[in-house]
Design a protein around this ligand. Structure first.
Ligand SMILES: [Zn+2]
Length: 318
C-alpha cells in the first residue's frame, strides 16, 4: 500500500517535467517564425554622413525610424501608429520612384536618414552610442514588439499607399498640405490637435536685436505690415518693409520651430513667439501620444490624422 503511494508521489512530482518535455517535442515552445515578407520587403537607405546606400530588411528599417522618431516611453499604440505611418511613407516613396524613375529625389536609395529630408533613422548601434546601452536594453524590446505587431500594415488612400507625413508637435491645429506645400491632398487637411498644447516644448521664443533682425532680412526698413494666416493658424505671408515673405521663409531665416508664430518689436528687440514643432502636416507625434494615453488605438489615431484613408496589409511588388 505504502509503495503505491510512493510511486504515485513520484509520478506527480515529475508530471510537470514530463508535460513540458512532451510539449517541447510537439513544438509548443519553438519560437514562431516571423511570416516571410514578400519581395520588396527590403529598404535601400541613403546614409547622409557616410554618403553610402545601405540595404536593410524592412523590419530593421522600421525599428530604426521608430528609435529616431519617438521615445520608448510613448504608449504602445502611439508607437504602432508611428510604425504604420513610417511604413506607408516609405511605400509612397517607393511608388513615386517607380512611377517617376527619372525624377531626382535628392539622393540614391528609397529614403535617407535625414529627418529634414526624409525620416530620422537610428540603428541599434547608433542608438546605443547616442543614449547608452542601458537605454538600448530597456527600449529595444518595446520597439521590437511595436514593429512586429503592425509589420506590413499601411495607410491607404484609393487603394494606394498614402503620403503619411508626420511632425513632432502641432501648433494646436495641424496644417493642410495645400497651405504648406501647395498640393491639395484629401487626407492631409487642417485638424484640431489642441491636446498638443500639453506638450513639453509646445511654446518657444526667438529673440534678436533689431540690428541682427535687419541683417538677416537684408533690409533696413522692416516695418511690420499685413499678415495672412493659414486655416491651421500659421503665418501664410508676412509683410516686412518692402517685401512679403512666406511663413516658411521666415521660419527658415530665423530658425523658428514652426510657422505658427507671432512677431513683435519691443524696445530694441524683435521677439518671435512660436507654437508647435515641425511642418505641422499629417500626424502630430505628440498628439498621437496623448490620444494613446487616453485609450485610443493606433487604428483610431491614424484614422483621425489621415481622414478618408483605410488600413490594410500592403507589400511593395518589385
Ligand atoms: Zn531623403
Amino acid at each position: 500500500m505504502k509503495k503505491k503511494w510512493i510511486v504515485l508521489y513520484f509520478i506527480l512530482l515529475f508530471l510537470p517535467f514530463i508535460v513540458v518535455l512532451v510539449m517541447g517535442k510537439m513544438g509548443f515552445f519553438e519560437e514562431k517564425p516571423t511570416p516571410d515578407l514578400p519581395k520588396g520587403s527590403t529598404v535601400t537607405l541613403y546614409r547622409t554622413e557616410s554618403k553610402t546606400t545601405q540595404t536593410l530588411p524592412l523590419k530593421d528599417y522600421l525599428w530604426g525610424v521608430l528609435a529616431g522618431e519617438m521615445p520608448a516611453s510613448y504608449p504602445q499604440e502611439a508607437l504602432k501608429a508611428q510604425v504604420v505611418a513610417s511604413y506607408s511613407y516609405l511605400l509612397h516613396r517607393k511608388e513615386s520612384i517607380r512611377s517617376h524613375p527619372d525624377s531626382d529625389f535628392g539622393h540614391s536609395g528609397d529614403v535617407c536618414d535625414n529627418p529634414a529630408h526624409c525620416k530620422a533613422y537610428l540603428s541599434p548601434a547608433d542608438a546605443a552610442e547616442k543614449w547608452g546601452t542601458d537605454w538600448l536594453d530597456s527600449s529595444e524590446p518595446i520597439f521590437n514588439s511595436a514593429v512586429e505587431e503592425v509589420l506590413g500594415t499601411a495607410v491607404l488612400y484609393d487603394d494606394a499607399p498614402a503620403n503619411t507625413v508626420f511632425h513632432a508637435i502641432s501648433g494646436g491645429k495641424t496644417e493642410s498640405a495645400k497651405d504648406i506645400w501647395g498640393a491639395e491632398i484629401p487626407y492631409l487637411q487642417s485638424l484640431d490637435s489642441s491636446w498638443d498644447r500639453q506638450a513639453k516644448g509646445f511654446s518657444s521664443e526667438v529673440t534678436l536685436s533689431l540690428e541682427e533682425f535687419s541683417k538677416i532680412l537684408k533690409q533696413e526698413n522692416y516695418a511690420l505690415g499685413a499678415i495672412t494666416n493659414t486655416n491651421g493658424g500659421s503665418v501664410n505671408t508676412i509683410r516686412l518693409g518692402e517685401k512679403t515673405y512666406t511663413g516658411q521663409e521666415i521660419r527658415a531665416l530665423f530658425g523658428l520651430r514652426s510657422t505658427r508664430f507671432t512677431l513683435e518689436f519691443k524696445k530694441d528687440q524683435a521677439i518671435f513667439k512660436v507654437c508647435g514643432y515641425g511642418h505641422q502636416v499629417g500626424m502630430s507625434q505628440h498628439g498621437a501620444c496623448i490620444l494613446a494615453e487616453e485609450g485610443y488605438t493606433y487604428q483610431e489615431i491614424l484614422a483621425y490624422y489621415y481622414p478618408h484613408t483605410t488600413l490594410a496589409k500592403y507589400y511593395f511588388d518589385e
